[in-house]
Design a protein around this ligand. Structure first.
Ligand SMILES: [Zn+2]
Length: 218
């Protein structure tokens, strides 16, 4: 493929799961206010307006919007649609959770180096989750060797779990693919894939984390 102009290195670090919950955030704010109020009154001063964090703006909203995605077990079994709070973090927070390459790909729409990434030739059976939020994205059953140097799939694990959008950057007309739950950039989808869909989801390994299918007992 043609994205060699945006090289990157390999990836490594794992991230925590979905842990920014709008309700728990609101609750923390409420508890903090409840603790501060008597103290402020006793001292005879007004509560201060909390200053902006000042680092990488914008700060996440107190209550994140919700999205509906299709949940899957690590064995690839559909466990039904679930409504989840959208994962929203500041760039500073993402940088703490991701390697520089993972941050560049997922949060800055970067493209990793072809043929030198973790899952290009990966053939194990299992599912691929979002590196940032663990939303289920692809099943190994739809993976194929596209000879492009990037892991390629002919379908997502569930259409509801991704988003597509037109991408005309770098003078190319492409369709970008992102995670529905956290907006991580994943890669692009092209219409030159194999049957049965004819689609090629060309993904960045740095945006994915592979979860091996549990070994069957007996
Ligand atoms: Zn995600």
């Amino acid at each position: 493929m043609m994205d060699r102009t945006i090289p990157d290195n390999d990836c490594g670090k794992r991230v925590r799961g979905r842990n920014l919950d709008g309700r728990s955030l609101s609750r923390r704010i409420f508890v903090a206010a409840a603790l501060e109020l008597p103290l402020a009154l006793a001292l005879g001063c007004a509560l201060r307006t909390q200053a902006a964090a000042g680092s990488d703006a914008p700060a996440p909203p107190a209550t994140a919007p919700t999205v509906t995605v299709i949940a899957f077990s690590d064995a690839g079994k559909k466990t039904g649609p679930i409504k989840v709070a959208k994962v929203v973090k500041t760039n500073a927070e993402w940088r703490k959770l991701l390697s520089p390459e993972q941050f560049d790909v997922t949060r800055e729409k970067g493209t990793e180096t072809p043929f030198q990434n973790q899952y290009d030739e990966w053939t194990e059976r299992g599912i691929y989750r979002c590196r940032c939020c663990r939303n289920a994205l692809f099943n190994s059953a739809t993976k194929f060797d596209s000879h492009t140097g990037w892991p390629s799939f002919w379908a997502p694990i569930a259409a509801e779990n991704i988003r597509t959008a037109s991408d005309i950057s770098f003078d190319m007309d492409r369709t970008a693919v992102s995670c529905r739950e956290c907006d991580a950039h994943l890669g692009h989808v092209f219409d030159d894939g194999p049957p049965p869909t004819g689609l090629r989801y060309c993904m960045n390994s740095a945006a994915l984390i592979f979860i091996a299918a549990p070994v069957a007992k007996g």
